[in-house]
Ligand binder design. Structure first.
Ligand SMILES: *Cc1c(COP(=O)(O)O)cnc(C)c1O
Length: 485
């Protein structure tokens, strides 16, 4: 067996609970009853539902085995580009479970929810500071919801000035949710191409920006992991024609405490607390996508807003230009507690260091793998690096084969075939929480796979070999999921 093999090994099969156990087996033993059974009981309950008869060990093994069929950041490295699958310290989970927070009802009046409101108020101020922006709203319930909130703010701003506009510029390196959010808000997305360096040129933006355009939605660092180095100039071009700049800040993990978003000309951005600020995600939620704005957009933020006076926290609807309410209550409070706890435990210097290490780790992988895998943009990257399968085409090996084979080495595959601007993309985001030894193991696995592509391409074509299921028909798996085994 290869020394690189990580978390694979025992693959445990598991039947349904109904197929396990046998009649009369129980999970507990109590002294025999010396009281006659009450006829009332049997009338009400009858024979009871058809539950299988199981012992405690049957049940514990069943659920523990099922849990090993999954892969998470607590199992191993999960370099899924664009998703920031970093390890989430358990202390943050613990704070979110404190009974006073976990049991707080969202309809509690402010005087009975001072601690919760204070936490939210302070988290907003910390996020103002991390981004350099003037004000934050925690209401949006995910990244894409934050984007929609940002679009609604830009719409309200133009409307208030009696200057209705119909278009939004969206670069080809934006996240796929961006055009959807703009369209939901009634804007027509205007796609623009990045240059040969993978970033936007000022001239490209100058050529499309006009008085009909409400602004631009730019992802920075962009989805190929590069910092938009002409961002200040681009913001100036947009502002000169009366537009606003929206930044998709879901990639903040690369630039915390390093880039001042207000200073570079951003008017509004959203953050993904569930990516950058320590909430386990990937199973579909819950998330939190706060919007942070400058002084131009502050009057339009969603209500109710949390206000502070003499150490007392309150909810206020008294913002006449607000776009209104975006959430039934206040957003996903559990995620906010974890973000607050994460920020408090890291401190300003710690957050900056996390970003620096996430960038260092990605660049280390880039430098060590670029002689093996084709690197379309050979320049310093931010938190993630994008290769493709060009060097493997001679052996008829594709990105998908590499991703599947990585599972045999005990790693979650990187993001594949995204972003679309790089055909056959393999997007790797190691994050700051991986140590050098684990990153080295990952690099060695990738190198070994490239070697296998030359020597034994069939091995890759039929991978994975050491997982619960082999290569699935992904269309059928999505349309007709088989949930029983
Ligand atoms: C993840 C991500 C989003 C979408 O966030 P959700 O919380 O999944 O809605 C948007 N933009 C970028 C750059 C992202 O990485």
């Amino acid at each position: 067996m290869n020394k690189n093999l990580g978390t694979t090994g025992l693959i445990l099969n598991e039947p349904l609970l109904w197929e396990k156990g046998s009649k009369g087996r129980t999970g507990f033993s109590v002294p025999e009853s010396d009281v006659d059974a009450s006829p009332l009981d049997s009338e009400l309950v009858g024979d009871g539902p058809d539950f299988p008869d199981l012992s405690e060990v049957d049940v514990v093994r069943h659920y523990t085995r099922l849990s090993t069929w999954n892969f998470g950041v607590d199992t191993g490295m999960y370099p899924l580009g664009s998703c920031t699958m970093k390890y989430n310290p358990k202390t943050n989970e613990r704070q979110a479970r404190l009974p006073g927070f976990a049991g707080a009802h969202p309809l509690l009046p402010p005087q009975l929810a001072q601690g919760a409101l204070e936490l939210m108020y302070k988290l907003e101020r910390y996020l103002d500071e991390v981004t350099g922006m003037q004000a934050t709203s925690l209401q949006p319930a995910a990244g894409a919801h934050g984007e929609l909130a940002g679009m609604l703010l830009i719409y309200a701003y133009h409307k208030h000035r009696g200057d209705q506009r119909s278009k939004i510029i969206i670069p080809d390196t934006a996240h796929g949710t961006n055009p959807a959010s703009a369209a939901l808000c009634g804007y027509r997305p205007v796609p623009v191409k990045s240059n040969e360096n993978g970033v936007l040129s000022v001239e490209t933006i100058e050529a499309v920006m006009d008085a009909e355009t409400a602004g631009i939605m730019v992802t920075n660092p962009n989805t190929i992991g590069l910092f938009e180095d002409h961002i200040r100039e681009i913001c100036r071009v947009i502002h000169d024609k009366g537009g606003l700049v929206y930044c998709d800040g879901a990639n903040m993990n690369a630039i915390m405490g390093i880039v001042d978003m207000n200073e570079i000309g951003i008017d509004v951005l959203h953050l993904n607390l569930h990516k950058t600020f320590s909430t386990p995600h990937g199973g579909g939620g819950p998330g939190s996508g706060p919007v942070c704005v400058n002084d131009k957009l502050e009057p339009f933020l969603p209500v109710p807003r949390i206000v502070e006076k003499d150490g007392q926290y309150n909810l206020s609807e008294d913002f006449p230009r607000s776009i209104g309410k975006l959430d039934t209550f206040h957003g996903h409070f559990g995620v906010m507690i974890k973000a607050y706890s994460y920020i408090m435990s890291m401190g300003a210097a710690g957050l900056k260091k996390a970003s620096q290490l996430s960038v260092l780790n990605a660049n280390y992988i880039k430098e060590r793998l670029k002689s093996t895998y084709h690197l379309p943009h050979d320049r310093p990257c931010m938190h993630e690096v994008v290769f493709n399968d060009q060097n493997l085409q001679a052996y008829k090996i594709t990105t998908l084969d590499v991703a599947k084979r990585l599972m045999d080495y005990g790693f979650h595959p990187p993001t594949v075939y995204f972003p679309l601007v790089v055909p056959g993309a393999i997007m790797i985001e190691p994050t700051e929480t991986e140590c050098k030894q684990d990153i080295d193991r990952f690099i060695e696995a990738m190198q070994q796979i490239a070697q296998e592509a030359k020597e034994d391409p069939e091995l890759l074509k039929s991978a994975p070999h050491r997982s619960k299921v082999r290569r699935l028909d992904e269309t059928t798996a999505a349309r007709k999921p088989c949930l029983a085994n």
